[in-house]
Ligand binder design. Structure first.
Ligand code: ASP
Length: 349
């Protein structure tokens, strides 16, 4: 943590949104969030008084959430609280969040927070801080140090030894301490005895003003293709007022072609302005719709390639772009480009 040690009294806001890290066991034995429990647990951490750590200001949401309950309206709240922390003078922000939907929130924050002046690190834990054998302590302390490190400004996810670009992440384990992967981009930093930064990947602080992008109440859906999917199912999914679809396809972006009715439903949806983005069900690699006839038909139906976007990032990006109010063609063009490091430019197909 050499960088952070050299700048000990930077200021980091800890935004507590909920999740396992700050949970306690209820009377029924199940973990649930409880207001004030995190502050009590933090007060028992002597490390937080160490001058080598940044000054920490706790900002706890009025309603703490298991992240399975997080909705896009909550992303708006989180983004505004993060922006307010920077305006109030924070050098970085740590967002304590449940791991279940952390990849979605990290992606959404990356698209919503334009012109970030400093780092935003999402972290959480598989075991609450109040338990004896918890991963929360290291995740929290390391995230505070990473968020206090100058010279980078983007939304990251830190758990179990790797700092990942937030809009590249996906949850891959229900019980491992390294619960997240970034399948198409190496970690921004590997955290062991030292922090090994991949400086060439880091996004620098913006020189302009920090702005929170609008997020409207737009209906988007995600659908994972499966063998035997019918035109009727797809038609039901695409009913008005749906304006966007993340279609999780096979391999390099392929869908069944034996059923003309299925493709007709897609064509008809695109024709009435629904934006359909194609991402792969595979963990690694990219959509290339030109490779197989089964992919070409999707492109011909007006489906946009998501390249190597994760399904989580595709959903958040689609929502944010549709919220800006452009035409479907403009949204499709922006989807195909790279806004904040979420997709590899060469991977467009
Ligand atoms: N269900 C919890 C949540 O996402 C799990 C966790 O925090 O890891 O809030």
């Amino acid at each position: 943590m050499t960088d952070a040690v050299r700048t000990p009294r930077r200021r980091v806001t800890l935004l507590h949104t909920g999740g396992t890290a700050g949970m306690v066991r209820g009377p029924d034995g199940a973990y649930a969030p409880r207001a004030g429990a995190l502050a009590t647990a933090l007060a028992r951490l002597p490390e937080l008084a160490d001058p080598r750590l940044p000054e920490v200001r706790l900002d706890e949401l009025e309603v703490l959430l298991d992240s399975s309950d997080v909705r896009p309206a909550d992303w708006r709240v989180f983004a505004n609280r993060v922006a307010a922390a920077f305006v109030a003078g924070a050098d970085g922000v740590v967002v304590l969040h449940g791991t279940d939907t952390m990849a979605y929130t990290a992606s959404a924050l990356a698209f919503l927070l334009e012109g970030l002046p400093g780092p935003v690190v999402l972290t959480g834990a598989q075991v609450p801080l109040v338990e004896v054998r918890s991963d929360a302590r290291d995740n929290l302390i390391t995230s505070l140090l990473l968020a206090a490190t100058p010279g980078w400004a983007e939304v990251g996810v830190y758990l179990g030894g790797a700092l990942l670009r937030g809009c590249r992440t996906t949850k891959v384990s229900t019980d491992g301490f390294d619960a997240f992967a970034s399948p198409n981009l190496p970690p921004l930093a590997d955290v062991g005895v030292d922090v090994a930064w991949r400086r060439e990947l880091l996004r620098p602080p913006a020189s302009g003003t920090l702005r929170v992008q609008p997020l409207a109440d737009v209906d988007v859906v995600a659908l994972r293709l499966f063998p035997g999917i019918t035109a009727e199912t797809l038609r039901n999914v695409l009913r008005d007022p749906v304006r966007g679809l993340v279609l999780e396809t096979y391999g390099s972006g392929n869908a069944p072609t034996r059923d003309p009715a299925l493709l007709a439903v897609l064509r008809e949806a695109v024709a009435r302005g629904v934006v359909v983005v194609n991402v792969t069900q595979c963990l690694r690699g990219s959509v290339r719709m030109g490779t197989y006839a089964a992919g070409r038909t999707l492109a011909a139906a007006g489906v946009v390639s998501g390249g190597d976007l994760t399904a989580e990032a595709a959903l958040a990006k689609l929502l944010v772009l549709l919220s800006r109010g452009g035409t479907p063609a403009e949204v499709a063009a922006a989807l195909a480009g790279d806004l904040t490091g979420e997709r590899t430019p060469e991977a467009t197909a």
